[in-house]
Structure formats: structure tokens, C-alpha cells
Write a protein that binds this ligand. Structure first.
Ligand code: SAH
Ligand code: SF4
Ligand code: F3S
Length: 455
């Protein structure tokens, strides 16, 4: 059936429909926009449900076991459901599990038609086409990145926002983490290339960009022999794009010139994600994080001195093997001292192949749960405090859509990345204001959002 749909060499998937589901971090979100761009350029059309799709694509994450199992369960459950045309639906699995498991993934799930990795995203259409023409499953993962996703066609999930990958991979090898094994070594994009893309995005009216990399602070080390992230920030600062964000910053590589650049350009948003992981020096050492609590707090001090009203967010791992009550207390102390606007909390998950996986991990479930809940309480308190701090101010809000519960209420993001709700004005249509920046007076706050009035 599908063979007859191949209309021309340029549009090998013409007439086919696709559906995709994405797990994991911003790297995959960016990759998903490229997958959509490539498939649509090849003639495929997006559909909202897998039942209507000739092609189903999964971009996967293996950073924690739970996410991995849930996803494998989903892929397993769609076995042998025919597509809308009665033919076998093409199931393609990519992203980090694709990269990690390669051919083994097909051994486990024989109904998977295409397996691709993180480094060869650009080959996806070819692989699907080959599967259609030959009827044979296609598995391709390669070891080294074959280019930056920015060179591929794109369909942006939010038309006003662009991810700008500036580097890929990670050389840090934190002992718990699988990412360096699935995203490879650090590889930076040339600064000229980034500058050109920023100019194109500004010309295209993009309102917000997020500079992307596993460790943006070490941008350029492989290419230029020294980190040059501050230079990238300066380019973004002068780009004319209204809002600039970046993820992720490893504390050990956060340089004074980077903090200066953040303070210098008003379009660099006052929000910094600075993963702490643990507030115990002993555990930080066992994690191979290369900083101490004192150094981390010193950075927080420097950042707040340069940008007094900045909002900080963080990642914390609970229950790294050997974490004692005293170690955990250290984490709570840092959390209280810093006061994060947002805190992502993860229970340690053993990842085979990582150094920490060899350490005995016998923490009782109840202890983990109890620590998780204690951290949860603090997280809620500090989010609420940070949100309440905005009450009475008038802030610029980038409109992203309407509230899930009420189509008459617009929802957007503050400079500090808080969700903001405000009643739409009489006669105002959300389609006319989506993607624009509007002034909102903040009237009240909850843990999860700010409530305000359009000015
Ligand atoms: N490069 C980024 C984030 C990578 S993964 C950084 O360094 O910040 C995102 C988060 O997942 C990490 O910050 C960490 O908190 C968490 N994580 C990674 N591996 C984990 C594991 N094995 N168990 C639990 N959480 C983990
Ligand atoms: Fe993983 Fe550490 Fe690299 Fe982040 S810095 S991706 S936590 S190894
Ligand atoms: Fe997951 Fe891969 Fe990102 S393992 S967190 S999707 S880099």
C-alpha cells in the first residue's frame, strides 16, 4: 500500500501521515521539531492520534529507568495495530534509547521498523523510505555526530520560539549519568554559524531563543581551546531577539565573564538553571561534580550580586548510593539558603554502564520516599515565596496560549519563566496575541502561577 504513495524522489513520503511522541529533555524537543520538519518536507502530514498515522516516531530518553520502562511499554503496546490504510504502521524509535540499544532494541520489540540514534537524525527519512521499499527493518546508529540539527528543516512547536543548539554531548561523566554515553563527546558549533542563525531568526520575527547544550558553559572548548560561552551570549544579546534563555549550565564552568554578559544584556532573561544535585561535599565528590557546596554558594552569590532579581532553578538527586541523613540535610540546607524558583527532584536511578552502577545501592524505599516528600515541601514553599514576590509589579508576559481550564484566560511566561494567567480583554482573540509580549499587572500568586490583569 505505502509503496504506491511514493510520489517522487523529492517527496518520498507524500500522502502518508505521521504522529510523534517525545520524551526526555530539551535536546529531544529540538530534535522533534527537526523530525517534523524533515517528514513534512518529504510530504508527510501530521495527525493527532497514532491510530490515524502511517508512521509513528518515538524520541526516547534513558536518563532514568522509570522513563525508559514506561516508554518501552508504550512501544510494546502498539504492536500490530494496522494503520489507517490497513497496512503495517511504520514504527521508528530514535533518541537516546535508540542510540544506546541499537540492534538490541529490535530483538526486544520485533515490530519496530526503524531504529535511529542521536547522531544521525538527518538520515531518518532515508531510513523510513528504505524500510518501505525493501520491507526490511532498518537500524542505524553512528558513533559521532554528523552535523547540527539547525541545518535540517524545522517545524517549530511554538512558532515564536527557536531552540539554537550551540554544542552537543558532554565530557563531564558525572558518575550517575548515562548522557555522555548516548550523546557523545562535547562538540561545539562554530561561532560564525551561530551568529548567522541568530540573524536569520531575528529577521524571521522569532521572539525567544533558547541556546541549547548539555553544558553550554563549556561551549567552544573543543573548537577554540577555551570556553567562549560569554561571546555567544553577547551575540544573542545584540541579536535583536526579545528573549534569550539557555540550558544547561554546569556550575564548575560558570565563568565571571558569563555572569557579566548575563547582566549586561537586558534581553538575556533573569533566570538561571544551575543544577546542584547534592548539598553534601562527600556526595558531590562521589558524583564527580567537580565543585564543593562552598563554591556553588559562591557562584550563587556572584550571580545575585550582578543580577539582583534573578530567579534560580535546579536539579536534585535524592538517594545517590551511600547518601546519609546528614548528607541529605546538607541538601536541604543549601535549598533553604538559595531559595529556588523551581526545583526538579529525582530519585536516584541506577544506569547500567555508569560508574555509580557498581556501588551498592540498598537505600530502603521508605527512606527515599520520605526524603522526596521533605524536599517537595521546601520546593513548594520556595516557589510560592518567589511567585509572591512578583505581586504588585507590572511584568512583560510572552503569550503562549490559553489556560487549560478556561479559554477566556490567556497563559504566558514571565521573564523568570513563571506561568502567568490574565483575563483576555473584551473582543481580544488569543490568535491575535499569541507569541506577543504583553504587560500584565500581577494581582496574586500560587505555587504554580501568577494571576494578573492586562495593562
Ligand atoms: N546536562 C544537564 C542535565 C542532564 S540530565 C546537567 O548537567 O545539568 C537532567 C537531570 O537528570 C540531571 O541534572 C540529574 O539531576 C538527573 N539525572 C541524571 N542521571 C540520573 C540518574 N541516574 N538518576 C536520577 N537522576 C538523574
Ligand atoms: Fe550528565 Fe553530568 Fe553531563 Fe549533565 S554534566 S549531562 S549530569 S554527565
Ligand atoms: Fe534523556 Fe537523552 Fe536528554 S537520556 S535527558 S533525552 S540527553
Amino acid at each position: 500500500m505505502q509503496q504506491t504513495n511514493i510520489a517522487s524522489e523529492d517527496r518520498p513520503l507524500a500522502g502518508m501521515t505521521y504522529w510523534q511522541r517525545t520524551f526526555g529533555c530539551q535536546m529531544n524537543e529540538n530534535d522533534a521539531e527537526r523530525v517534523a520538519g524533515m517528514l513534512e518536507e518529504a510530504g508527510a502530514l501530521p495527525v493527532l492520534t497514532i491510530e490515524d498515522a502511517d508512521i509513528a516516531i518515538f524520541l526516547t530518553c534513558c536518563v532514568r529507568e522509570k522513563a525508559e520502562l514506561r516508554l518501552m511499554g508504550q512501544v510494546a503496546s502498539i504492536k500490530n495495530v494496522p494503520d489507517v490504510h490497513g497496512a503495517k504502521r511504520i514504527i521508528a524509535v530514535g533518541g537516546c534509547i535508540g542510540q544506546l540499544d541499537g540492534p538490541d532494541l529490535r530483538e526486544e520489540l520485533s515490530h519496530v521498523d526503524v531504529v535511529f540514534g542521536t547522531h544521525n537524525l538527518g538520515h531518518l527519512v532515508d531510513l523510513i523510505e528504505r524500510r518501505i521499499v525493501t520491507g526490511e527493518p532498518q537500524v542505524e546508529t553512528i558513533e559521532v555526530n554528523d552535523g547540527f540539527a539547525s541545518d535540517l528543516p524545522v517545524r517549530r512547536a511554538k512558532p515564536w520560539h527557536a531552540w539554537v543548539p550551540i554544542m552537543t554531548g558532554c565530557d563531564n561523566f558525572c558518575t550517575y549519568c548515562i548522557v555522555p554515553y548516548v550523546r557523545g563527546r562535547e562538540m561545539s558549533r562554530s561561532i560564525d554559524d551561530i551568529e548567522n542563525e541568530l540573524a536569520t531568526l531575528a529577521d524571521a520575527g522569532i521572539r525567544e531563543i533558547t541556546l541549547l547544550g548539555q553544558n553550554v558553559n563549556s561551549y567552544g572548548r573543543d573548537l577554540y581551546g577555551e570556553p567562549r560561552f560569554a561571546q555567544v551570549l553577547a551575540l544573542a544579546g545584540k541579536s535583536g531577539v526579545d528573549r534569550v534563555r539557555f540550558v544547561t549550565s554546569h556550575p564548575k564552568d560558570l565563568l565571571p565573564e558569563t555572569i557579566e554578559a548575563m547582566a549586561e544584556y537586558p534581553n538575556i532573561m533573569p533566570q538561571l538553571h544551575l543544577p546542584l544535585q547534592s548539598g553534601s561535599d562527600r556526595i558531590l565528590r562521589a558524583m564527580n561534580r567537580s565543585y564543593t557546596v562552598e563554591r556553588y554558594l559562591g557562584l550563587v552569590h556572584d550571580v545575585r550580586e550582578a543580577i539582583p532579581d534573578i530567579s534560580l532553578s535546579t536539579d536534585i538527586i535524592i538517594g545517590f548510593p551511600g547518601e546519609t541523613e546528614e548528607d541529605f540535610q546538607g541538601t536541604l540546607d543549601v535549598v533553604k539558603e538559595v531559595g529556588y524558583g523551581q526545583m526538579f527532584r529525582f530519585i536516584y536511578s541506577k544506569r547500567p554502564g555508569t560508574p555509580a552502577a557498581t556501588i551498592v545501592d540498598d537505600m530502603p524505599r521508605e527512606v527515599l520516599q520520605e526524603r522526596f516528600e521533605r524536599l517537595e515541601c521546601l520546593a513548594q514553599e520556595s516557589s510560592l515565596a518567589e511567585n509572591e514576590h512578583e505581586i504588585g509589579k507590572t511584568i512583560p508576559v510572552l503569550v503562549e496560549g490559553v489556560s487549560k481550564r478556561d479559554a477566556g484566560i490567556l497563559a504566558g511566561k514571565s521573564p523568570k519563566l513563571q506561568t502567568v494567567h490574565a483575563q483576555l480583554a473584551d473582543g481580544m482573540r488569543i490568535d491575535d496575541v499569541i507569541g506577543s509580549i504583553m504587560a500584565v499587572h500581577v494581582d496574586s500568586a500560587t505555587t504554580n502561577y501568577l494571576q494578573g490583569t492586562l495593562v
